[in-house]
Design a protein around this ligand. Structure first.
Ligand SMILES: NC(=O)c1ccc[n+]([C@@H]2O[C@H](COP(=O)([O-])OP(=O)(O)OC[C@H]3O[C@@H](n4cnc5c(N)ncnc54)[C@H](OP(=O)(O)O)[C@@H]3O)[C@@H](O)[C@H]2O)c1
Length: 307
């Protein structure tokens, strides 16, 4: 594809990482604008871009795509400020933002000014504690949640290709639902790993290598789901209708980690639902497992208890 000319507004982690992939893929960053000059300079160095500023007016005409990678609370303000740029012609310019929660509608002032707009949310986690260069390999080839009018979607697909990625069209009315799914994929998985660490601390106090213990089973589970489906990949006591085993798990949790009981009960119920899809349970087993889990779920949840 022809090299693109792209400006970045918001020189944080996402802007730096996506900008870096674009540069490595032969595209050119025409300007980096941020709230602080120090961030803009740091990002500019990473992206081989000398035009760095706190002022949107430095974005040169000829820029084809402007990526707004500020926090989502600033996106509407930036869009309004860009639309007010008096000397800038918006014909043929595409503008997107990276927020998971906002649709293309957040860029309405720019669309009214003549720009093509779209949302462009990278379905990846970009921890601020990591240097952008470390995140780059994990952000190649990802999927972007997008919405916009047909011309905007075409630009979104082009930008995703420039980043070695693909797009997922998200109906605007499902934006929050879509974002909740991304939270499950990353944040809830992280919480689940935190829970595993808590189990490991009880079993082997003083040993911090919980991932060494659990990585093989985690990796195989992910691979089995990838190769088949969540229902087909499900193994273990719930899938076998092992109410007795689950009851003993609850007793053990009471003794060693009572704060985890509501989690274990809720997830057992969800696992029963998956096992029903797998069709390995009798209706009696379903009922026993559900009654057992519900009896523990109804117990009061005390937030002050740590794992
Ligand atoms: N982090 C993730 O895992 C992740 C994943 C997917 C999508 N996103 C989305 O990507 C966007 C950026 O996230 P991030 O993690 O990169 O945030 P970040 O590291 O906090 O970076 C945001 C950058 O925007 C700059 N900024 C703030 N207000 C501005 C304004 N009014 N004008 C210009 N620049 C401004 C900040 O300024 P200074 O540094 O210059 O002060 C900062 O460098 C957000 O919409 C977020 O929801 C994040």
């Amino acid at each position: 594809m022809q090299p693109l000319r792209i400006a970045i507004v918001g020189a944080g982690t996402v802007g730096s990482v996506l900008g870096r992939i674009l540069v490595e893929n032969g595209h050119r960053v025409t300007a980096v604008v941020s709230r602080s000059l120090s961030s803009a300079r740091r990002c500019g160095r990473l992206l081989s871009c000398r035009t760095v500023s706190t002022n949107l007016e430095v974005i040169p005409q000829g820029t084809q795509v402007i990526m707004i990678t500020t926090p989502h609370g600033a996106v509407r303000d930036v869009a309004r400020a860009l639309a007010r740029l008096s000397s800038f012609s918006w014909r043929g310019v595409a503008v997107c933002h990276a927020s998971g929660m906002l649709t293309a509608e957040a860029l309405a002032p720019l669309s009214n000014a003549g720009a093509t707009v779209f949302s462009f949310h990278p379905i990846q986690t970009f921890p601020r504690e990591f240097p952008p260069r470390k995140i780059v390999p994990l952000a190649r080839g990802i999927v972007y949640g997008v919405d916009g009018r047909p011309a905007g979607i075409r630009k979104a697909r082009m930008l995703a290709r420039a980043l070695d990625g693909t797009t997922l069209l998200v109906p605007p009315e499902m934006r929050e639902f879509y974002h909740a799914a991304c939270v499950v994929a990353s944040n809830h998985l992280t919480t689940l790993l935190g829970i595993l660490a808590a189990f490991h601390r009880e079993i082997a106090p003083g040993r911090r290598d919980f991932l060494k213990t659990f990585t093989p089973i985690l990796r195989a589970t992910l691979e089995n789901v990838r190769a088949t489906s969540p229902a087909k990949a499900l193994t273990g006591p719930v899938a076998r209708g092992g109410t007795e085993t689950i009851a003993r798990h609850f007793e053990a949790l009471k003794q060693f980690a009572p704060a985890l009981i509501p989690y274990y009960a809720r997830m057992t119920l969800e696992t029963v639902r998956l096992a029903m899809e797998k069709r390995t349970l009798t209706s009696g087993q379903v009922q026993d497992l559900m009654e057992l889990s519900l009896s523990y779920l109804e117990q009061p949840f005390r937030t002050e208890e740590s794992h």
